[in-house]
Write a protein that binds this ligand. Structure first.
Ligand SMILES: [Zn+2]
Length: 354
Protein backbone atom coordinates (compact mmCIF):
# COMPACT_ATOMS: atom_id res chain seq x y z
CA UNK A 1 0.00 0.00 0.00
CA UNK A 2 1.30 3.40 -0.97
CA UNK A 3 0.88 5.61 2.08
CA UNK A 4 1.86 8.68 0.04
CA UNK A 5 -1.83 8.94 -0.82
CA UNK A 6 -2.38 10.20 2.74
CA UNK A 7 -1.85 13.87 3.52
CA UNK A 8 -1.33 16.05 6.56
CA UNK A 9 -3.41 19.00 5.38
CA UNK A 10 -6.59 19.58 3.42
CA UNK A 11 -4.70 21.49 0.74
CA UNK A 12 -2.26 18.62 0.19
CA UNK A 13 -5.07 16.09 0.11
CA UNK A 14 -6.94 18.19 -2.44
CA UNK A 15 -3.86 18.65 -4.64
CA UNK A 16 -3.14 14.90 -4.65
CA UNK A 17 -6.77 14.11 -5.45
CA UNK A 18 -6.91 16.60 -8.35
CA UNK A 19 -3.58 15.39 -9.75
CA UNK A 20 -4.71 11.77 -9.64
CA UNK A 21 -8.04 12.70 -11.24
CA UNK A 22 -6.35 14.50 -14.12
CA UNK A 23 -3.84 11.71 -14.64
CA UNK A 24 -6.71 9.19 -14.77
CA UNK A 25 -8.50 11.28 -17.39
CA UNK A 26 -11.43 11.97 -15.06
CA UNK A 27 -13.54 15.07 -15.65
CA UNK A 28 -13.36 17.47 -12.72
CA UNK A 29 -15.91 20.00 -11.44
CA UNK A 30 -15.14 22.37 -8.56
CA UNK A 31 -17.74 23.79 -6.18
CA UNK A 32 -16.07 26.74 -4.41
CA UNK A 33 -16.96 27.40 -0.77
CA UNK A 34 -18.19 30.97 -0.11
CA UNK A 35 -15.46 31.46 2.52
CA UNK A 36 -12.88 31.18 -0.26
CA UNK A 37 -9.27 30.36 0.48
CA UNK A 38 -9.24 27.39 -1.84
CA UNK A 39 -11.98 25.45 -0.04
CA UNK A 40 -13.98 23.32 -2.45
CA UNK A 41 -16.15 20.34 -2.92
CA UNK A 42 -14.43 18.71 -5.89
CA UNK A 43 -16.05 16.08 -8.06
CA UNK A 44 -14.07 13.82 -10.40
CA UNK A 45 -15.96 11.52 -12.73
CA UNK A 46 -14.16 8.46 -14.04
CA UNK A 47 -16.03 6.84 -16.93
CA UNK A 48 -18.77 8.17 -19.25
CA UNK A 49 -20.60 11.25 -17.97
CA UNK A 50 -23.92 9.82 -19.17
CA UNK A 51 -23.39 6.33 -17.72
CA UNK A 52 -26.59 4.57 -16.65
CA UNK A 53 -24.81 3.24 -13.54
CA UNK A 54 -23.10 5.77 -11.27
CA UNK A 55 -21.30 5.01 -8.02
CA UNK A 56 -20.49 7.99 -5.81
CA UNK A 57 -17.57 7.67 -3.42
CA UNK A 58 -17.81 10.43 -0.80
CA UNK A 59 -15.33 11.79 1.72
CA UNK A 60 -15.15 14.43 4.42
CA UNK A 61 -18.81 14.66 5.48
CA UNK A 62 -17.20 15.02 8.90
CA UNK A 63 -14.29 17.23 7.86
CA UNK A 64 -11.26 15.65 9.53
CA UNK A 65 -12.56 12.14 8.77
CA UNK A 66 -11.90 13.05 5.13
CA UNK A 67 -8.17 12.38 5.39
CA UNK A 68 -8.71 8.66 5.02
CA UNK A 69 -11.62 8.89 2.55
CA UNK A 70 -9.51 11.24 0.44
CA UNK A 71 -6.61 8.78 0.42
CA UNK A 72 -9.00 6.01 -0.65
CA UNK A 73 -10.27 8.13 -3.53
CA UNK A 74 -6.81 9.19 -4.66
CA UNK A 75 -5.44 5.64 -4.45
CA UNK A 76 -8.26 4.32 -6.60
CA UNK A 77 -7.78 7.07 -9.21
CA UNK A 78 -4.02 6.48 -9.23
CA UNK A 79 -4.54 2.86 -10.21
CA UNK A 80 -7.63 3.65 -12.34
CA UNK A 81 -8.89 0.13 -12.99
CA UNK A 82 -11.10 -0.33 -16.04
CA UNK A 83 -14.79 0.08 -15.30
CA UNK A 84 -17.60 -2.13 -16.63
CA UNK A 85 -19.61 -0.82 -19.59
CA UNK A 86 -22.04 2.05 -19.00
CA UNK A 87 -20.62 2.63 -15.50
CA UNK A 88 -18.97 5.65 -13.91
CA UNK A 89 -17.54 6.53 -10.51
CA UNK A 90 -18.09 10.07 -9.27
CA UNK A 91 -15.64 10.87 -6.49
CA UNK A 92 -16.98 13.62 -4.22
CA UNK A 93 -13.94 15.02 -2.43
CA UNK A 94 -14.55 16.88 0.85
CA UNK A 95 -18.26 17.29 1.48
CA UNK A 96 -17.30 19.59 4.36
CA UNK A 97 -14.03 21.19 3.25
CA UNK A 98 -14.00 23.78 6.06
CA UNK A 99 -14.01 21.05 8.69
CA UNK A 100 -11.41 19.10 6.72
CA UNK A 101 -9.02 22.04 6.65
CA UNK A 102 -9.62 22.95 10.30
CA UNK A 103 -9.29 19.35 11.47
CA UNK A 104 -12.73 19.10 13.00
CA UNK A 105 -15.89 17.09 12.32
CA UNK A 106 -18.14 20.12 12.02
CA UNK A 107 -18.73 22.92 9.53
CA UNK A 108 -17.91 26.62 9.84
CA UNK A 109 -21.13 26.99 11.90
CA UNK A 110 -20.30 24.19 14.40
CA UNK A 111 -22.81 22.06 12.50
CA UNK A 112 -22.65 18.31 12.08
CA UNK A 113 -23.36 18.08 8.34
CA UNK A 114 -24.68 14.56 8.85
CA UNK A 115 -27.53 15.98 10.98
CA UNK A 116 -28.22 19.00 8.74
CA UNK A 117 -30.46 17.44 6.06
CA UNK A 118 -33.70 18.21 7.92
CA UNK A 119 -36.63 20.53 7.29
CA UNK A 120 -35.76 23.65 9.29
CA UNK A 121 -39.43 24.70 9.39
CA UNK A 122 -39.80 21.93 11.99
CA UNK A 123 -36.46 20.52 13.15
CA UNK A 124 -36.71 17.28 15.13
CA UNK A 125 -36.98 17.81 18.90
CA UNK A 126 -34.39 16.30 21.22
CA UNK A 127 -35.36 17.11 24.82
CA UNK A 128 -32.75 14.66 26.15
CA UNK A 129 -29.91 16.75 24.78
CA UNK A 130 -31.03 19.80 26.76
CA UNK A 131 -30.53 17.72 29.91
CA UNK A 132 -27.13 16.50 28.77
CA UNK A 133 -25.71 19.79 27.51
CA UNK A 134 -24.81 21.61 30.75
CA UNK A 135 -23.10 18.47 32.05
CA UNK A 136 -20.72 17.88 29.15
CA UNK A 137 -19.61 21.40 28.27
CA UNK A 138 -16.84 22.21 30.73
CA UNK A 139 -15.01 25.50 30.32
CA UNK A 140 -11.90 23.88 31.76
CA UNK A 141 -10.53 20.76 30.11
CA UNK A 142 -8.80 18.58 32.68
CA UNK A 143 -9.04 15.15 34.27
CA UNK A 144 -11.41 16.32 36.98
CA UNK A 145 -13.87 18.06 34.65
CA UNK A 146 -13.88 15.09 32.28
CA UNK A 147 -14.36 12.59 35.09
CA UNK A 148 -17.34 14.62 36.29
CA UNK A 149 -18.83 14.71 32.79
CA UNK A 150 -18.46 10.95 32.34
CA UNK A 151 -19.86 10.24 35.80
CA UNK A 152 -22.94 12.24 34.95
CA UNK A 153 -23.27 10.57 31.52
CA UNK A 154 -23.00 7.09 33.03
CA UNK A 155 -25.75 7.87 35.49
CA UNK A 156 -27.97 9.35 32.80
CA UNK A 157 -27.48 6.35 30.52
CA UNK A 158 -28.43 3.97 33.32
CA UNK A 159 -31.50 6.03 34.01
CA UNK A 160 -32.87 6.27 30.46
CA UNK A 161 -31.36 3.20 28.73
CA UNK A 162 -28.90 2.76 25.86
CA UNK A 163 -31.15 3.62 22.93
CA UNK A 164 -32.66 6.74 24.47
CA UNK A 165 -29.17 7.75 25.55
CA UNK A 166 -27.75 7.45 22.03
CA UNK A 167 -30.67 9.42 20.59
CA UNK A 168 -30.16 12.18 23.14
CA UNK A 169 -26.36 12.27 22.99
CA UNK A 170 -25.54 11.93 19.31
CA UNK A 171 -28.80 11.50 17.41
CA UNK A 172 -28.68 15.21 16.54
CA UNK A 173 -29.93 18.34 18.31
CA UNK A 174 -31.20 21.68 16.99
CA UNK A 175 -31.37 23.71 20.19
CA UNK A 176 -27.79 24.39 21.32
CA UNK A 177 -25.56 26.09 18.75
CA UNK A 178 -22.55 25.69 21.05
CA UNK A 179 -23.25 22.05 21.72
CA UNK A 180 -22.23 18.73 20.19
CA UNK A 181 -23.92 16.89 17.31
CA UNK A 182 -25.62 20.19 16.48
CA UNK A 183 -27.68 19.92 13.29
CA UNK A 184 -27.82 23.68 12.77
CA UNK A 185 -30.49 26.33 12.33
CA UNK A 186 -30.27 26.48 8.54
CA UNK A 187 -28.99 24.60 5.53
CA UNK A 188 -25.24 24.54 5.36
CA UNK A 189 -23.39 25.40 2.16
CA UNK A 190 -22.08 21.82 2.22
CA UNK A 191 -25.62 20.45 2.09
CA UNK A 192 -26.56 22.51 -0.95
CA UNK A 193 -23.27 21.81 -2.72
CA UNK A 194 -23.61 18.07 -2.14
CA UNK A 195 -27.16 17.96 -3.49
CA UNK A 196 -26.27 20.15 -6.48
CA UNK A 197 -23.38 17.80 -7.29
CA UNK A 198 -25.65 14.76 -6.89
CA UNK A 199 -28.16 16.24 -9.36
CA UNK A 200 -25.46 17.29 -11.83
CA UNK A 201 -23.45 14.08 -11.88
CA UNK A 202 -25.94 11.40 -10.88
CA UNK A 203 -29.32 12.91 -11.82
CA UNK A 204 -29.43 11.05 -15.14
CA UNK A 205 -28.52 7.62 -13.71
CA UNK A 206 -30.83 4.63 -13.76
CA UNK A 207 -28.87 2.97 -10.97
CA UNK A 208 -27.02 5.05 -8.45
CA UNK A 209 -25.04 4.26 -5.33
CA UNK A 210 -23.19 6.13 -2.61
CA UNK A 211 -20.48 4.95 -0.28
CA UNK A 212 -19.74 7.64 2.29
CA UNK A 213 -16.39 7.07 4.02
CA UNK A 214 -16.08 8.01 7.70
CA UNK A 215 -13.84 7.17 10.66
CA UNK A 216 -14.39 6.68 14.37
CA UNK A 217 -16.86 3.81 14.85
CA UNK A 218 -15.71 0.19 15.03
CA UNK A 219 -12.65 -1.80 16.04
CA UNK A 220 -9.14 -0.55 15.30
CA UNK A 221 -7.80 -1.71 11.89
CA UNK A 222 -11.27 -2.82 10.80
CA UNK A 223 -14.21 -1.21 9.06
CA UNK A 224 -17.90 -1.40 9.79
CA UNK A 225 -20.94 -0.62 7.71
CA UNK A 226 -23.50 1.65 9.28
CA UNK A 227 -26.64 0.90 7.32
CA UNK A 228 -30.01 2.52 7.74
CA UNK A 229 -32.03 0.21 5.50
CA UNK A 230 -35.16 -1.46 6.81
CA UNK A 231 -34.40 -5.20 7.14
CA UNK A 232 -35.80 -7.09 4.16
CA UNK A 233 -36.29 -3.94 2.05
CA UNK A 234 -34.84 -3.84 -1.49
CA UNK A 235 -32.14 -1.42 -0.28
CA UNK A 236 -31.20 -3.80 2.53
CA UNK A 237 -31.11 -6.75 0.10
CA UNK A 238 -28.82 -4.88 -2.29
CA UNK A 239 -26.43 -3.84 0.49
CA UNK A 240 -26.22 -7.47 1.60
CA UNK A 241 -25.73 -8.76 -1.95
CA UNK A 242 -23.03 -6.21 -2.77
CA UNK A 243 -20.98 -6.02 0.43
CA UNK A 244 -22.01 -9.16 2.30
CA UNK A 245 -23.80 -9.98 5.55
CA UNK A 246 -21.74 -7.54 7.57
CA UNK A 247 -23.14 -4.64 5.53
CA UNK A 248 -26.51 -5.19 7.21
CA UNK A 249 -25.91 -7.00 10.50
CA UNK A 250 -24.04 -4.30 12.39
CA UNK A 251 -20.95 -6.50 12.81
CA UNK A 252 -18.21 -4.67 14.64
CA UNK A 253 -20.29 -1.69 15.72
CA UNK A 254 -19.12 -0.90 19.21
CA UNK A 255 -22.10 1.24 20.24
CA UNK A 256 -24.57 -0.76 22.31
CA UNK A 257 -27.44 0.99 20.54
CA UNK A 258 -27.08 3.23 17.51
CA UNK A 259 -29.05 6.45 17.58
CA UNK A 260 -31.88 7.09 15.16
CA UNK A 261 -29.85 9.76 13.40
CA UNK A 262 -31.75 12.71 11.96
CA UNK A 263 -30.94 14.54 8.75
CA UNK A 264 -28.24 12.32 7.31
CA UNK A 265 -26.56 12.74 3.95
CA UNK A 266 -27.15 9.24 2.56
CA UNK A 267 -30.93 9.58 3.09
CA UNK A 268 -30.89 12.97 1.36
CA UNK A 269 -29.05 11.40 -1.59
CA UNK A 270 -31.84 8.84 -1.98
CA UNK A 271 -34.52 11.54 -1.77
CA UNK A 272 -32.74 13.67 -4.37
CA UNK A 273 -32.80 10.89 -7.00
CA UNK A 274 -36.43 9.72 -7.09
CA UNK A 275 -36.19 8.18 -10.55
CA UNK A 276 -33.18 5.97 -9.90
CA UNK A 277 -32.65 2.74 -7.99
CA UNK A 278 -30.39 4.03 -5.25
CA UNK A 279 -28.13 2.05 -2.92
CA UNK A 280 -26.28 3.73 -0.06
CA UNK A 281 -24.01 2.77 2.78
CA UNK A 282 -21.78 4.46 5.31
CA UNK A 283 -18.40 2.87 5.92
CA UNK A 284 -16.55 3.66 9.14
CA UNK A 285 -12.90 2.83 9.66
CA UNK A 286 -12.55 2.04 13.36
CA UNK A 287 -10.13 4.09 15.43
CA UNK A 288 -10.49 4.36 19.22
CA UNK A 289 -12.82 2.83 21.84
CA UNK A 290 -16.23 4.42 22.22
CA UNK A 291 -15.45 6.28 25.43
CA UNK A 292 -12.47 7.98 23.77
CA UNK A 293 -14.67 8.99 20.85
CA UNK A 294 -17.19 10.50 23.27
CA UNK A 295 -14.30 12.39 24.85
CA UNK A 296 -13.29 13.58 21.38
CA UNK A 297 -16.83 14.83 20.76
CA UNK A 298 -16.63 16.97 23.87
CA UNK A 299 -13.07 18.02 23.01
CA UNK A 300 -14.21 19.41 19.68
CA UNK A 301 -16.61 21.93 21.21
CA UNK A 302 -14.20 22.79 24.04
CA UNK A 303 -11.50 23.60 21.46
CA UNK A 304 -13.89 25.73 19.47
CA UNK A 305 -15.46 27.70 22.32
CA UNK A 306 -12.79 27.75 25.05
CA UNK A 307 -9.52 26.62 23.49
CA UNK A 308 -8.20 30.05 22.47
CA UNK A 309 -7.80 31.01 26.14
CA UNK A 310 -5.62 27.95 26.78
CA UNK A 311 -3.23 27.70 23.82
CA UNK A 312 -0.91 25.03 25.27
CA UNK A 313 -3.78 22.78 26.31
CA UNK A 314 -5.43 23.38 22.94
CA UNK A 315 -2.41 21.92 21.13
CA UNK A 316 -2.52 18.75 23.23
CA UNK A 317 -6.25 18.32 22.86
CA UNK A 318 -6.08 18.84 19.09
CA UNK A 319 -3.32 16.24 18.81
CA UNK A 320 -5.48 13.73 20.69
CA UNK A 321 -8.45 14.66 18.53
CA UNK A 322 -6.42 14.16 15.34
CA UNK A 323 -5.45 10.66 16.47
CA UNK A 324 -9.08 9.82 17.25
CA UNK A 325 -10.23 10.56 13.71
CA UNK A 326 -7.04 10.17 11.70
CA UNK A 327 -4.57 7.76 13.31
CA UNK A 328 -0.93 8.32 12.35
CA UNK A 329 -0.09 4.60 12.70
CA UNK A 330 1.09 3.36 9.25
CA UNK A 331 -0.55 -0.01 9.93
CA UNK A 332 -3.89 1.72 10.40
CA UNK A 333 -3.50 3.72 7.21
CA UNK A 334 -2.47 0.70 5.16
CA UNK A 335 -5.45 -1.27 6.47
CA UNK A 336 -7.91 1.53 5.67
CA UNK A 337 -6.55 1.86 2.14
CA UNK A 338 -6.60 -1.85 1.45
CA UNK A 339 -10.14 -2.25 2.77
CA UNK A 340 -11.38 0.79 0.85
CA UNK A 341 -10.21 -0.77 -2.37
CA UNK A 342 -12.39 -3.82 -1.94
CA UNK A 343 -15.37 -1.77 -0.78
CA UNK A 344 -15.17 0.41 -3.90
CA UNK A 345 -14.66 -2.60 -6.18
CA UNK A 346 -17.75 -4.28 -4.71
CA UNK A 347 -19.71 -1.07 -5.20
CA UNK A 348 -18.68 -0.94 -8.85
CA UNK A 349 -19.68 -4.57 -9.37
CA UNK A 350 -22.99 -4.00 -7.61
CA UNK A 351 -24.06 -0.85 -9.40
CA UNK A 352 -23.14 -2.26 -12.83
CA UNK A 353 -24.85 -5.66 -12.42
CA UNK A 354 -28.24 -5.16 -14.03
ZN1 LIG B 1 -18.35 10.54 10.50
Amino acid sequence: MNLDHFSESYDDARAKFLDAARAAGASVTNYPHPLGGGLHLDVAVQGPKDAANVLVIGSGTHGIEGFSGSAAQTAWLASAPTLPADTAIAFFHAHNPWGFRHRTRVTEDNVDLNRNFVDFASPPPNPGYAEIHPNITPETWNDASLAAAFRWLDGYREKIGEKAFSNAYNGGQYSHADGIFYGGARRQWSRDAFLAAARAHVGHAKRAALVDFHTGIGPYLEHVYVGFAVPGSPLWERCRAWWGERAVNGQGITHKALADYKGILTDAFIAELPKAEVTTTVVEFGTRPRVEMQRAGMAQRWMRFHGAKHPERLKQVQAEYDEAFYPSDPKWRAAALEQSREIIARGVAGVSAA
